[in-house]
Design a binder for this molecule. Structure first.
Ligand code: C2E
Ligand code: MG
Ligand code: MG
Length: 447
């Protein structure tokens, strides 16, 4: 009898443990699951005396490990991460797996310096896991939120640590970031813009401004660049620098580029119909966009719909887009040319392989980045700019200098025989009505 009771109580214990593992532990790594972390970690927020911090970590491109080396390998790495955290945490500290390769830790610290050192150490060790197993190094990212007195809501603290982690952009090396209010506000704003962007396109809140390109010999407008702005319902203008990185992240950039491209087609059509002289218009195409397989087809279809010859349009692609995925971009460049568009390399000179790119790419125009002209060029920079222009010309490439703000810069361009310029000295980006007035004034002058 006693034996049976014992057996049944053992069984009960065992099932309780199994149940506990299922409900409180992550099945793969057997680390705490997130729920348990919220409950038990949450309790420690107010029972532990020491200073505490919430740290969330993940491996960059963990997906790639799964696809390249298989899920088993991925799982093994996760298990080793768990062992690492187990060894790494002490006393009242705890950790859990949130999902996929995302883990969260509750750490204690005496000084910020000490905490930072520990996080650095932890990240080095995480990097070593795939390195040792697969011989590939992987960057990892961490977000840190310091627990302040009175903080009780664990899930909010984890959100904050995640926000800090998500604020790390395009990191190729391991990095961590502390949560702060500004980062939060930026994220809230990004969320708000993300929620509103689609309806903004439907309500035509995106407006296209144009900036003239001046031919320095002719002293005339010889082209335009279309630059988008978001005119919100409340009347504020949001500049592309605040939008493009967000839209590249959330994928909306493709839609926006097409929107601008279509506006430009409409503009050219209107000019054709009214007998207005046509001047080429440059449209910026994001590096994210050019990777889409049917991107050029859509542009060609729009040109056909509006009856515009692609020769009237220039596609501006930033130099940095050419640095990654060179093969794809080279192929795309060749197709752009085949379709009849002019191809221009934007922000030229900011990358590292500018010159070798020129050798291989069929570009028609390079746009020297405005950085070259924002301050007095030193003699070395002058030599570089001078020779880039000379070489480009010999290759039959047109050079446009961007960001020309002063007469001195203009004189410099004349000296080095750069024939085209764009910048506030001539005009800021302005609505089409203003451009048409400028063009009309030029026509009158030449009569
Ligand atoms: P970008 O294509 O290099 O365009 C030139 C930028 O330099 C414009 O900024 C223009 O206003 C600014 N700029 C022109 N002259 C001067 C000057 O003399 N001094 C200074 N300091 N700045 C000058 P904007 O309009 O704010 O656009 C910023 C960037 O956003 C553009 O750089 C382009 O890369 C991107 N962008 C704009 N519209 C679009 C779009 O429709 N699609 C995509 N993918 N990107 C766009
Ligand atoms: Mg541009
Ligand atoms: Mg540029």
């Amino acid at each position: 009898m006693a034996g049976r009771i014992l057996a049944s109580s053992l069984l009960e214990n065992r099932s309780r443990r199994i149940l506990e593992t299922i409900t409180a532990r992550d099945m793969l790594t057997e680390a705490w699951n997130y729920n348990r972390f919220l409950l038990q970690g949450g309790e420690r927020l107010h029972t532990v005396e020491a200073l505490q911090a919430i740290v969330t970590v993940d491996i960059k491109n963990f997906k790639a490990i799964n696809t390249q080396y298989g899920y088993e390998e991925g799982d093994e790495i996760l298990k080793q991460m768990r062992s690492l955290f187990n060894y790494f945490t002490r006393g009242n500290e705890c950790y859990a797996r949130i999902e996929a390769d995302k883990f969260v830790l509750l750490l204690e610290y005496n000084s910020l310096n000490g905490l930072q050192q520990r996080i650095n150490q932890l990240m080095r060790r995480i990097e070593q896991i795939p390195e040792n197993r697969l011989g590939v190094s992987c960057a990892c990212a961490a977000g840190v939120c310091l627990v302040e007195q009175g903080d009780q809501n664990m899930s909010l603290l984890v959100d904050h640590a995640n926000m800090a982690r998500n604020s790390l952009k395009d990191y190729h090396k391991s990095a961590y970031s502390f949560y702060n209010k500004e980062a939060e506000q930026k994220l809230i704003r990004e969320r708000e813009l993300t929620l509103r962007m689609k309806s903004a396109a439907e309500n035509e809140e995106f407006v296209v401004y144009y900036q003239p390109r001046i031919g320095l010999k002719q002293k005339k407008i010889v082209g335009l660049e279309a630059l988008v702005r978001w005119k919100t319902g409340e009347g504020t203008l949001i500049s592309p620098d605040d939008l493009i990185p967000l839209f590249e992240k959330n994928g909306f950039i493709t839609e926006l580029d097409l929107y601008v491209f279509e506006r430009v087609c409409r503009q050219l059509k209107q000019w054709m119909e009214s007998g207005h002289k046509l001047i080429p218009i440059g449209v910026n195409i994001s590096r994210v966009h050019i990777k889409e397989p049917d991107f050029l087809k859509k542009l060609i279809a729009l040109c056909e719909r509006y009856g515009i010859a692609p020769q009237h349009m220039e596609l501006e692609i930033t130099e940095s887009a050419f640095l990654h995925n060179q093969d794809i971009v080279m192929a795309v460049a060749a197709e752009i040319k085949k379709a009849g568009f002019a191809l221009s390399m934007d922000d030229f000179g900011t990358g590292y392989s500018s010159l070798s790119l020129l050798k291989d790419l069929p570009v028609d125009i390079v746009k020297l980045d405005k950085e070259f002209f924002q301050k007095q060029a030193n003699p070395r920079e002058r030599i570089i700019v001078t020779n880039v222009i000379r070489m480009a010309k010999q290759l039959g490439i047109q050079v446009v200098s961007e960001g020309i703000e002063t007469r001195e810069s203009e004189e410099f361009l004349n000296e080095i025989e750069c024939e085209f310029a764009q910048g506030y000295l001539y005009s800021r980006p302005v609505p089409m009505e203003t451009i048409e007035k400028l063009l009309a004034a030029e026509d009158e002058e030449s009569v």
